[in-house]
Design a protein around this ligand. Structure first.
Ligand code: HEC
Ligand code: HEC
Ligand code: HEC
Ligand code: HEC
Length: 155
């Protein structure tokens, strides 16, 4: 199986299993800025940034969507109908597209999940978006940023 076979299913699917009983990864994500990253592109600050660059609508501009959504720019066949781009920076932006690892049977084995496309992200994953190409870049320090969104599993 090659990477490009995996499809994006959307955070809604992950959240159904990753509930309070497992450590509430879904709830932690929903209250994070990542879940609101697409919404933020409709705000006044986004419009001001966009205007300076000659962009009319940041929610339609590839140069903003690439970091404020998930899987931006990929062909339509890489997304299942359950995927909602307006949910911003979703689980799969960091963990990889989930169509082939989402079953309980696969997820119970880390080895099988990784084989089916699961990524266990690290600092490099973050820096793909948290870099000076961002018009509102804030110096990124992995440890402090990670603490703000940490979502450890409940063993
Ligand atoms: C059908 C239920 C189900 C769905 C849907 C699901 N998971 Fe899981 N996930 C599990 C189970 C079960 C585990 C095993 C660990 C546990 O019990 O908490 C797990 C483990 C994980 C782990 C930890 C892997 C490890 O070895 O440390 C990650 C990361 C993860 N899931 C991410 C996701 C993402 C992202 C999605 C959506 C694309 C998703 N999961 C969808 C049930 C699910
Ligand atoms: C290279 C990735 C990247 C690109 C491209 C990018 N952004 Fe962002 N944006 C970020 C990151 C990361 C942050 C969070 C700020 C930080 O902590 O560094 C952010 C934050 C923002 C914020 C602040 C939101 C808030 O909650 O206060 C706005 C507004 C914004 N971006 C608008 C835009 C617009 C408009 C574009 C397109 C012209 C754009 N961004 C392009 C990565 C990016
Ligand atoms: C901004 C990137 C990012 C997003 C978004 C994200 N995660 Fe994670 N996730 C990580 C990182 C980094 C780790 C730590 C990996 C490690 O410990 O090796 C992690 C770890 C996990 C773990 C394993 C925790 C453990 O202690 O073993 C689970 C389960 C998980 N994430 C599920 C999810 C789910 C479900 C979502 C969406 C609701 C999600 N994540 C969204 C970056 C992210
Ligand atoms: C797909 C692009 C993308 C990736 C990958 C990503 N981020 Fe983000 N991140 C963003 C954007 C965009 C924002 C700003 C959202 C907003 O404010 O509306 C943001 C905001 C944040 C914030 C909130 C900052 C604040 O001002 O409070 C934290 C914390 C954060 N990210 C941590 C991480 C960590 C840690 C990782 C890696 C494990 C990561 N991010 C990976 C795009 C990304």
């Amino acid at each position: 199986m090659v990477e490009s076979d995996h499809k994006y299913i959307g955070s809604g699917k992950c959240v159904m299993c990753h509930t309070k009983a497992k450590g509430d990864q879904g709830g932690i994500w929903k209250t994070s800025k990542h879940a609101k990253a697409f919404e933020a592109l409709a705000g006044d600050e986004a419009k001001a940034i966009a205007a300076r660059r000659g962009i009319a609508d940041p929610q339609k501009a590839a140069e903003c969507l690439k970091c404020h959504t998930t899987g931006a720019g990929l062909p339509a066949e890489r997304f299942e109908p359950s995927f909602k781009p307006e949910q911003g920076v979703q689980c799969e932006a960091c963990h990889g597209p989930g169509s082939d690892y989402k079953s309980t049977e696969t997820m119970k084995s880390r080895e099988d999940s990784v084989e089916a496309g699961l990524i266990l992200p690290d600092e490099k994953t973050c820096v793909a978006c948290h870099n000076p190409e961002s018009p509102s870049y804030q110096p990124f320090e992995f440890k402090t940023y990670w603490e703000k969104i940490a979502h450890p599993a409940r063993k």
